[in-house]
Write a protein that binds this ligand. Structure first.
Ligand code: FE
Length: 288
């Protein structure tokens, strides 16, 4: 018998701004208490008004974790200090492991129309925080879809997403539900999991507890998830990852395990050490 996870805690999103003033909604990460190990932050950016996004995210550093950008609408260009460039269009994903250091920019390539998407911050274990940076650009066409569920990372039944395995073994699904439609899947009991409804409302668990629009619903323990589309249906992200159980010390775009490591990150950034590193491609484990 499956044990369905319950909706345990809700982290409502709050208005925030990042980069050079891009307006967004932040749920996870809106305070140091609003994290779900190994997830540090989830931002949703959405606007039809170019004034909200045109300034973009000019060059900035990261160290100690992974950033995952998932575009729904619009067009963003990525450049980093290692000479990599990438174009993100609707449905594309950029999975970037900053690890010991990257400096990059993410700039809108449109002057009108809708810009919508997400940025997730996923922590790395202590032993990988100083490993070489790596990234993957994942085109929409490389993301499998099963019954209106896009599998960006992890495994649904025997279908594996382009990102699979690793120390946090992330699951990242984009789920579309008609009113009253039910999505059920197994998720490893070892993982923490949450859902974020970005359109409509969802009903979570056998209790059918309502998860409001633009809120992150942290899920209880269990080995399975049951989510139902609300009266107007729902589109939601379902995320799960293996917790690290390590101290988290964050200073802006640096996330390490101690204050000394944060001071080192600042010193390395200021001395230009970030710019001297090479970059690799994220390797994906073989599904079992
Ligand atoms: Fe960034």
């Amino acid at each position: 018998m499956p044990t369905f996870r319950k909706l345990q805690q809700v982290v409502a999103s709050v208005p925030a701004s990042d980069g050079a003033g891009v307006k967004l909604r932040r749920s996870l990460g809106s305070s140091p208490y609003a994290r779900l190990d190994p997830f540090l932050m989830l931002d949703e950016f959405f606007s039809d008004d170019p004034n909200d996004y045109l300034a973009g995210f000019p060059a900035h550093p990261h160290r100690g974790f992974e950033t995952v950008t998932y575009m729904l609408d619009g067009h963003m260009r990525h450049e980093d200090n290692h000479g990599n460039t990438g174009d993100l269009g609707p449905g594309d994903v950029q999975w970037m492991r900053a690890a010991r250091g990257i400096i990059h920019s993410e700039m809108p390539q449109q002057t009108e129309g809708r810009m919508r998407g997400f940025q997730l911050w996923l922590n790395l274990p202590a032993q990988e925080k100083m490993s070489p940076a790596a990234y993957r650009d994942i085109a929409s066409s490389q993301i499998p879809v099963v019954n209106n569920v896009k599998i960006i990372a992890g495994k649904l039944g025997d279908v594996t997403g382009p990102i699979y395995g690793g120390s946090t073994d992330p699951y990242y699904f984009d789920v579309q539900l008609a009113p009253g439609a039910v999505f059920e899947c197994a998720l490893p009991a070892s993982h923490n999991a949450f859902a974020y409804a970005y359109e409509g409302e969802a009903l979570v668990g056998e209790e059918r507890k309502a998860l409001a629009h633009r809120s992150a619903g942290l899920l209880s323990e269990g080995d399975s998830v049951r989510i139902e589309g609300g009266a107007e249906g729902a589109r939601l992200l379902l995320l799960a990852g293996k917790p690290l159980g390590e101290p988290v010390v964050q200073y802006g775009p640096f996330v390490m395990n101690s204050g000394e490591e944060i001071e080192q990150a600042i010193a390395d950034y200021q001395s230009g050490a970030f710019a001297r590193e090479g970059i690799g491609r994220i390797k994906v484990a073989t599904p079992q």
